[in-house]
Design a protein around this ligand. Structure first.
Ligand SMILES: [Zn+2]
Length: 243
């Protein structure tokens, strides 16, 4: 039986003053993009009262929420990272092959949820969001914890020359995250790419956890754009500071 949500025991626990989850296709986490809603996931043991999801645009901009949010509040615009220091507010992203990345600084008490597809990852959304935690909230990079969720895996995620060209342009260690298939295509390990970007940004290796699960080859657990060929549904992943 597949799990409803995946949580990491080493990351953002209640003992750390936080909670998090990575969704699966069996999750019942209702969100409306652009609207803060009641969390209503008590049965999963979550305490956050309000859950926020916004329109995603495969960019690198972050929405910073540094004031209390009421249920029903609207957020018009597109962002691929949500950052908050507000306890009780669950910030979420929706994915189905892209990488959901969660950040937690237990010292400055700030969390972030990031939607990192190849475009956002190549454009640096993860390092940019880590830098934002530092500039806006005084986070020290060595205090920041990261969890990298289920996504298209290196076993299945085939990319072609335009993607590889962009990757080579921005990432000197690109060799370490691709395995060639033929002259024009390769398998990309998007999770490893995100992890290496975080290491280059100064995060400590032992503070980065990865869920080693592929959305494409585990159809009983995950939705996948690649496998299903259409946008059937997405999985919600989120993180909150406890009140
Ligand atoms: Zn796979």
């Amino acid at each position: 039986m597949a799990p409803e949500v995946i949580t990491l025991s080493s990351f953002a626990t209640h003992a750390d003053g936080a909670e998090h989850f990575f969704g699966t296709r069996l999750s019942a986490v209702p969100v409306t993009p652009g609207r803060a809603s009641a969390h209503g996931a008590e049965r999963q043991g979550h305490r956050a009262a309000v859950i926020l999801s916004v329109k995603q645009v495969h960019g690198t901009d972050a929405l910073v929420v540094d004031r209390p949010v009421e249920q029903g509040e609207m957020f018009e615009g597109g962002w691929d990272a949500l950052v908050t220091n507000q306890p009780g507010l669950m910030v979420t992203v929706r994915t189905a092959d892209c990488v959901p990345v969660l950040l937690h600084d237990p010292v400055q008490r700030v969390v972030a949820a990031i939607h990192a597809g190849w475009r956002g990852a190549v454009a640096g959304i993860v390092p940019k969001t880590v830098a934002l935690l530092a500039s806006r909230f005084g986070a020290r990079v060595e205090d920041v914890r990261m969890a990298i969720g289920p996504s298209a895996g290196p076993c299945c995620y085939e990319v072609d020359e335009p993607v590889l060209t962009r990757l080579r342009d921005v990432f000197p260690e690109w060799h370490s995250v691709v395995s060639p298939v033929d002259a024009q295509t390769a398998h990309l390990d998007l999770r490893a790419f995100v992890r290496r970007q975080a290491l280059r940004e100064g995060l400590e290796a032992e503070r980065i956890a990865t869920v080693d699960a592929c959305t494409i080859c585990q159809p009983e657990v995950f939705f996948s754009y690649r496998r299903e060929g259409v946008v059937k549904a997405t999985m919600v992943s989120g993180i909150a500071l406890l009140s």
